[in-house]
Design a protein around this ligand. Structure first.
Ligand code: FES
Length: 469
């Protein structure tokens, strides 16, 4: 196999006098065997189970590129804040007294204590609990406890004692992203055409803004973070993993429960497709004339008409389609009966922390909001039917990945295109790097590829840097 050849070649390379800085199984080209000409794509089991690879991911992926850190509407007023993590590093996202948003490493300049240990709140000043140094909401150090009695050396007062800002901070449609590395493309360039799919959610709002319904939930599962990354793009699992939900939907339709159903579905070829974008992002979507569940947008006919008049038939059609968007490396937005925004924080190679929010357009009607919350509880909430199903599968996969059984065949579905074309690309005005479309049960796996290619590219950069050191 090609992978065996690569392993042998790299083993030979590693016998050179040059001190190896990465073991052979850490070579990104061994971990992701991507040979488009041979229609081959395999991801090594090591990528899910090796703790050293996990460390490389944290440093060279999560801490080296843009990460989603929050919504602008989470911190609407001066001095509002939320805390989160970029990779392993704690950050504090807050508005200063002038309403400007800043994002800082959440660590005291004295002896490293987390300055703000809470998830969210509003404070003009953050006082470190250990020795009392204080910072304002712009991250400026405004007090050193008992400074005058401190017998500090010359130069202490001139030292930078402010909270350390992240290297890059920007937002798109109210979604805030930060990077610990300055060496990243601009955010619009990074998001690429994934922006079109963020717009399809944000433009459901009459004021073009997004918010979280209060009540986010954070939980952990005992599996690698990439299982969540894959699952959010995995249409193939839906009918089998979520069979009980599918049964419930069928019963509801049979009993006449069709709230939120709409006839705004043009007569098009049914199917399931995906777009891959630059920098690891991707979206999967489906066209179905027969609805299985309603849409919050359609639960309020007047609101639906308003959106239609504002965005037009084509964009409305796409708003009503199921769309699962992944922004590499830590964000997924699923827009179906309700909308879910989930973001993950890898804790170790086999443990991941997930935070799930119900995402909503600002200004939607009470009927639409009620439908959205009930549908979110129904499917997405950890007490609902999807999350628990999926988490069990992630943990089953993690157990299975430990078996020494060679690479899996889980990334091949869709590599042989059906040749079905459509207006799907042109009507959205996007330029995806890859496009797939198949029958309604297609569930292609090529939409995992862009994320794994970006994963491999970033690790290759790290490998080159380490080997040139
Ligand atoms: Fe923060 Fe000492 S560690 S004041």
């Amino acid at each position: 196999m090609e992978e065996d050849r690569l392993r042998r070649q790299h083993s030979a390379e590693l016998t050179d006098e040059k001190e190896p800085t990465m073991t052979v199984h850490h070579r990104p080209e061994c971990l992701v065997d991507d040979r488009p000409a041979d229609k081959a794509f395999h991801v090594s089991r090591d990528a899910f189970t090796d703790a050293e690879i996990f460390d490389l991911e944290m440093k060279h992926i999560f801490e080296a590129t843009w990460s989603f850190v929050g919504l602008e509407s989470q911190i609407p007023r001066p001095h509002d804040y939320v805390t989160t993590f970029i990779g392993r590093q704690p950050v504090l996202l807050m508005r200063d007294g002038e309403g400007r948003i800043g994002c800082f490493l959440n660590t005291c300049r004295h002896r490293a204590t987390v300055v703000c240990p809470f998830k969210r709140g509003r404070q003009k000043f953050h006082v470190c609990r250990y020795h009392g140094w204080a910072y304002d909401s712009a991250g400026k150090n405004i007090a050193v406890t008992d400074r005058e009695d401190g017998q500090y050396p010359a130069g202490f007062d001139g030292a930078d004692r402010d909270l350390v800002p992240v290297a890059r901070l920007d937002s798109y449609r109210g979604l805030i992203f930060a990077s610990l590395s300055a060496d990243v493309p601009s955010l619009p360039e990074y998001l690429d055409d994934a922006r079109t799919f963020i717009d399809l959610v944000a433009d459901q709002s009459p004021v073009g803004q997004l918010e979280f319904v209060p009540g986010d939930i954070t939980y952990t599962f005992d599996a690698n973070w990439k299982l969540q990354f894959e699952n959010g793009l995995d249409y193939y699992h839906f009918a089998s993993t979520h069979s009980s939900y599918v049964d419930i939907l069928a019963q509801r339709v049979k009993s006449g429960d069709t709230v939120g159903f709409t006839s705004e579905q043009p007569d098009e070829v049914e199917g399931q497709g995906s777009f891959n974008f630059k920098n690891g992002h991707a979206v999967n979507w489906s066209i179905k004339r027969q609805m299985r569940y309603g849409r919050a947008l359609a639960a309020d006919p007047a609101g639906l008409a308003e959106v239609k008049s504002r965005v037009g038939d084509i964009r409305l059609k796409w708003m009503l389609r199921q769309r699962n968007l992944t922004i590499f490396p830590n964000l997924q937005i699923i827009d179906i009966s309700s909308a879910q925004l989930r973001t993950w924080r890898p804790l170790s190679v086999d443990k991941t922390e997930m935070t799930s929010h119900c995402l909503a357009p600002v200004g939607e009607s009470a009927d639409a909001r009620r439908f959205r919350i009930r549908a979110y509880e129904d499917f997405f909430n950890p007490s609902g039917l999807a999350t628990s199903d999926d988490n069990v599968m992630y943990e089953f996969c993690q157990t299975g990945y430990a078996a020494q059984a060679g690479d899996t065949l889980g990334h091949l579905r869709g590599l042989e295109p059906m040749g079905v074309a459509g207006d799907h690309v042109s009507e959205l005005g996007i330029s995806p790097v890859e496009y797939a479309f198949g029958k309604p049960g297609f569930g292609g796996e090529t939409n995992f590829h862009s994320g794994y290619r970006e994963w491999r590219r970033l690790l290759e950069l790290a490998t080159k840097g380490a080997n040139n050191a």
